[in-house]
Design a protein around this ligand. Structure first.
Ligand SMILES: [Zn+2]
Ligand SMILES: [Zn+2]
Ligand SMILES: [Zn+2]
Length: 256
């Protein structure tokens, strides 16, 4: 059974280049140093599961030629992961109906608050809102004939749900993974893991922490994402351990 994981965006919350920054990465001519906000797409069984909808969701779907989305997964409610929600309207049109939205009960509550017009349409808004079917994640479930496993972990004090399908796991926005979740990360072919920058951060793994955790998890291939402007693509890749590299926007990873 084949699975295709597309990195739609590999950047941290500011995006790279950052506004008004003249550093070497923000001014780099390497296209892999241009990073939109963190998002990914799982494709399997002719279905697409979109993970998060950041501010560049529309542009990411155009860049990666995403023509269909059958369901959405929200890892958490931070703005860099959700503010593109309104553009899901286009997929309502393309798919001919409402879209299931999977998230924790808490994240769904935050989305209802942040996008109240979409969940509780005010008069006059009816035809201009995304049509979404909230689905609270309570544990592993079947989606499009595959088992989808939520991966609970922490991003500072905030609980986040990463996602595992088959031998591929997507784990952005994390600085602590409980042991019970580490046991859900055994036998991975592909791990996509948060690695923000070199310096420590209160809610994200820095590169050194991410490498240490990735070594423990031991996936055949590890890709780091949610990357800030301190990490240039080429020079960082050159010093990463074997089997680890930085993700970049548009990267397509095949697995099973
Ligand atoms: Zn910069
Ligand atoms: Zn976050
Ligand atoms: Zn984030």
């Amino acid at each position: 059974m084949s699975l295709r994981l597309t990195i739609l965006g590999s950047g941290t919350s500011h995006g790279i280049p950052m506004i008004a920054c003249d550093c070497a990465v923000c001014t780099s001519s390497d296209p892999r140093d241009r990073r939109t906000r963190c998002s990914a797409l799982f494709g399997f069984n002719d279905r697409n599961l979109l993970v998060d909808t950041g501010p560049e969701m529309r542009l990411q779907c155009i860049a990666s030629n995403v023509r269909q989305v059958h369901a959405i997964w929200y890892t958490h409610h931070h703005a860099d992961h959700v503010v593109g929600l309104d553009d899901l309207r286009r997929f309502n049109w393309l798919m001919g109906g409402p879209l299931p939205v999977f998230a924790s009960e808490r994240t769904l509550g935050e989305l209802r608050r942040m996008f109240s017009y979409a969940f509780d349409a005010p008069p006059g808004y009816e035809s201009a809102i995304p049509a979404l079917l909230p689905r609270a994640i309570e544990g592993p479930f079947e989606l499009f004939d595959r088992t989808v496993t939520p991966l609970p972990y922490f991003h500072g004090s905030l609980p986040v749900l990463g996602v595992r399908i088959g031998a591929a796991a997507y784990v952005p926005d994390v600085n602590r993974i409980p042991e019970e979740t580490m046991s859900l990360l055994r036998g991975l072919d592909v791990l996509v893991l948060d690695a923000l920058r070199v310096r420590a951060h209160p809610t994200h793994f820095n590169l050194e922490e991410a490498i240490r955790v990735a070594e423990r998890i031991g996936a055949a291939r590890t890709y780091f994402t949610h990357i800030a402007h301190e990490l240039g693509h080429a020079e960082t890749n050159a010093r990463l351990p074997a089997g680890m590299e930085l993700a970049y926007d548009g990267l397509v990873i095949e697995s099973d």
